[in-house]
Design a protein around this ligand. Structure first.
Ligand SMILES: Cc1cc2nc3c(=O)[nH]c(=O)nc-3n(C[C@H](O)[C@H](O)[C@H](O)COP(=O)(O)OP(=O)(O)OC[C@H]3O[C@@H](n4cnc5c(N)ncnc54)[C@H](O)[C@@H]3O)c2cc1C
Length: 375
C-alpha cells in the first residue's frame, strides 16, 4: 500500500500541466500518477491562439501569424501578430513534463496501471488499481474521460487526421482552420490543415455530429482529398483521431476528489479547444496547492456557455449554414478579438464584435429554442 498527498488519475494534458508547475513551485508533498498508457507517443497535437505564458514554450513546434476559412466560393484569411496560432506536439510536452517529474525522487509514476475502484475512508480515499495494488491519499485529481451522452444543441466533434511528409505541399504560412465541404453532414464538416513546413502537413477531416462519427468513413474522406490534391504519394508518418464533447461539462469537486482537464470542464463547447484553458487552470491550481489550499475547479463562463449553446443550436436549425456563419465571424471580428473569444478570454468589446457579426434572426430563433429547451 502506497500513500501520497495527491494522486493524479491519468497523466495527460491536465496532469502534466499541473505537475510541471508543482515541480517548478517546489510543492512539498508527495505526488503519485496512475496512467494506463504511459508511452502514447505523438498521438495528438495541441493548438490554439497565444500569447500563452505556459511552461511548455520550448515545445511550440510552430507559430502561424495567419489563418484561413473557406466555404463554397467564399474565403477569408485573417491574422494578428499578437495572437499567433501555435502548435505543440503531445510527445514534446510529455518529454518535458516527464523530465520535471523525474526531478522529484519522492514522486511515483505507476505506468501501465489503471484505477479500478475507489472507496472513501476517514483519511481521504483508498484507490484500488487494476493489478490489485492499493493507494491512499487525501486528494484525487481525476482526468479520466467522462462517459457522456449529449443532448441537442451539444454535439460531438469527431476527427481523423494524418501527418504527411516527403512531398512539396507548397505554402506553409497560413493555417487552414476550416475548409467546409458540401456533403450532407448532420451539423458541419470541414478539413483542417496545419502547414508545419513545405514538406510537412497535418490534414484532418472533422465533423460536428450528434453521435461520435465513424472513423473509417472519415479516413476514406481524407484519402479522397489527398487524391484530389495529388498528395496520395506523400508518406503518412502518423495519424490522430478523437471524439471531443462540445458541451459545457460542469466542474466536480467533492470530499477531496476533483475532476480535471476535459472531464473537469476545461473544454470550450463551441470549439473543442482545451489546452490553453488547462494551462490557466494549472497556474491557479499550483498556486493554491503550494500555499496549502485546495485547487480551484476550472473556470467556466455562464455567458460563453450560453452563447455557445445558441450558436450550436443555430447550426442544428440550419446545418448548411455552418460555413457561412464561420466566414462571417472570421471576416467581421478583428482577428485578435476572435482569438481571445475562442480561447475563452474575451474582453467585453470582443463579445460585442462577435454578436454583431452573426445574423440576427437565426440567432434570435436559436436563442429562443435554446432557452426553451433549457427550461
Ligand atoms: C487527437 C486530439 C487532438 C486534440 N487537439 C487539440 C488542440 O489542438 N487544441 C486543444 O486545445 N485541444 C485539443 N484536444 C482536446 C484536449 O486538449 C485534449 O483532449 C487534452 O488531452 C485533454 O487533456 P486531459 O488531461 O483532460 O485528458 P487526456 O490528455 O486525454 O488525459 C486523460 C488520461 O487519463 C488516462 N486514463 C483513462 N482511464 C484511466 C484509468 N482508469 N485510470 C488511470 N488513468 C486513466 C488516459 O490514458 C489519459 O492519459 C485534442 C484532443 C485529441 C484527442
Amino acid at each position: 500500500m502506497t500513500r501520497a498527498d495527491i494522486v493524479f488519475v491519468g497523466l495527460g494534458a491536465a496532469a502534466m500541466s499541473l505537475a510541471i508547475r508543482l515541480v517548478r513551485d517546489q510543492y512539498p508533498g508527495r505526488v503519485l500518477f496512475i496512467e494506463p498508457h504511459p508511452d502514447r507517443g505523438d498521438d495528438r497535437t495541441w493548438c490554439g491562439w497565444g500569447p500563452g505564458n505556459h511552461p511548455f514554450q520550448s515545445c511550440i513546434t510552430r507559430k502561424w501569424p495567419q489563418w484561413g476559412v473557406s466555404a463554397g466560393d467564399q474565403s477569408v484569411v485573417a491574422g494578428h501578430p499578437d495572437t499567433p496560432y501555435e502548435m505543440l506536439r503531445a510527445s514534446d510536452v510529455a518529454a518535458l513534463a516527464g523530465a520535471a517529474i523525474a526531478e522529484r525522487p519522492d514522486w511515483v509514476v505507476l505506468g501501465n496501471r489503471a484505477l479500478a475502484s475507489a472507496e472513501r475512508i476517514d483519511t481521504g480515499w483508498r484507490l484500488l488499481l487494476d493489478n490489485g495494488d492499493e493507494v491512499q491519499t487525501t486528494r484525487v485529481l481525476d482526468a479520466r474521460p467522462p462517459a457522456l451522452s449529449l443532448q441537442r444543441p451539444w454535439v460531438w466533434q469527431s476527427f481523423v487526421g494524418v501527418e504527411l511528409a516527403d512531398h512539396d505541399f507548397g505554402q506553409a504560412d497560413t493555417v487552414r482552420l476550416m475548409d467546409f465541404v458540401e456533403e450532407a453532414p448532420p451539423i458541419a464538416a470541414f478539413f483542417y490543415e496545419l502547414p508545419i513546413a513545405r514538406d510537412r502537413r497535418l490534414v484532418e477531416f472533422t465533423q460536428f455530429t450528434p453521435e461520435p462519427a465513424d472513423e473509417h468513413a472519415m479516413r476514406a474522406r481524407i484519402d479522397t482529398l489527398l487524391a484530389e490534391r495529388g498528395w496520395q504519394g506523400a508518406r503518412v508518418i502518423r495519424t490522430e483521431s478523437g471524439h471531443l464533447p462540445m458541451a459545457p461539462i460542469p466542474p466536480y469537486s467533492k470530499e477531496g476528489w476533483m475532476r480535471i482537464g476535459t472531464a473537469g470542464g476545461s473544454m470550450r463547447p463551441a470549439t473543442g479547444y482545451a489546452f490553453h484553458a488547462i494551462q490557466r487552470w494549472a497556474d491557479a491550481a499550483s498556486r493554491a496547492l503550494c500555499t496549502g489550499k485546495p485547487p480551484p475547479t476550472p473556470q467556466r463562463s455562464g455567458l460563453l456557455d450560453w452563447l455557445d449553446g445558441v450558436f450550436l443550436e443555430s447550426l442544428w436549425q440550419n446545418p448548411r449554414t455552418a460555413g457561412s456563419q464561420f466566414i462571417r465571424l472570421f471576416r467581421n471580428v478583428p482577428p485578435d478579438a476572435l482569438g481571445r473569444f475562442l480561447m475563452s478570454q474575451p474582453r467585453a468589446l470582443d463579445i460585442m464584435y462577435v454578436l454583431r457579426a452573426l445574423p440576427v434572426r437565426p440567432m434570435l430563433r436559436a436563442a429562443w429554442q435554446h432557452g426553451w429547451r433549457r427550461t
